[in-house]
Design a protein around this ligand. Structure first.
Ligand code: 5GP
Length: 212
């Protein structure tokens, strides 16, 4: 039977360690495809266009919205971020489990458009730890860190919209939990409608034979 890919959305506060988790998940297992978003923010040191993000101008981003080539998009701390549609659809059709690492507004849009999508929320064990990681990363100015912490407080009010919560206090355990949750999705009835219909049909035939 053809295996259809799962669409998994991973969100979490900036500084929750999502990037490291994703890298580790992809390193350990080969059935995942990580969607690469388009963004209007500038690359951080070490980031490469087409690897972490497609870094685009505001005009190009606007054009992508108008062309309908984004699954979703959202504004986050003064910049736009969006998920290109083509890659996601193609990978899922090929049976890959596709991961979107996006913020909450985008996650909610995805859930509306794809109700069977799995929504995972990653958080550090405490707010204090979050702050420590953001400052320790050393890639943002204090203003940006503060804006991201304010945004984290806003996002915290929407955590219940997610299916599962992953507390990232141990990378190894967190990666394995994430993998198990995504793989379990493959057993959901919604991904086996063809099988269910065939089984129903066969049962009807058996019943009809029994009645003769
Ligand atoms: P960063 O600037 O730290 O790379 O990302 C900022 C936030 O934007 C993160 O919460 C990240 O998950 C989110 N993000 C990245 N790509 C997308 C996207 O395509 N759509 C949405 N809605 N959020 C995204």
């Amino acid at each position: 039977m053809e295996r259809q890919g799962i669409l998994a959305v991973v969100s979490g506060f900036s500084g929750a360690g999502k990037g490291t988790l994703m890298k580790e998940l992809l390193r350990r297992y080969d059935n995942y495809a990580l969607s690469i978003s388009a963004t209007t923010r500038s690359p951080r040191e070490g980031e490469v266009d087409g690897r972490e993000y497609f870094f685009v101008s505001k005009e190009r981003f606007q054009q992508m919205i108008e062309e309908g080539s984004l699954v979703e998009y959202a504004q986050y701390v003064n910049h736009y971020y969006g998920t290109p549609k083509e890659y996601v659809m193609r990978q899922m059709a090929q049976g890959k489990d596709v991961i979107l690492e996006i913020e909450i507004q985008g996650a909610l849009k995805v859930k509306k458009r794809f109700p069977e999508a799995l929504l995972l929320f990653v958080t550090p064990p405490s707010a204090e730890e979050l702050c420590r990681r953001l400052v320790g990363r050393g890639t943002e100015t204090i203003e940006v860190i503060n804006a991201r912490l304010r945004r984290a407080a806003e996002e915290a009010s929407g955590m219940e919209a997610y299916d599962y919560l992953l507390i990232n206090d141990d990378i190894d355990r967190c990666v394995e939990e994430m993998h198990s949750l995504i793989q379990l999705q493959h057993r959901r009835t919604v991904y086996h409608l063809e099988f269910l219909n065939r089984m129903r049909e066969e049962l009807r035939h058996l019943d009809a034979r029994g009645q003769q």
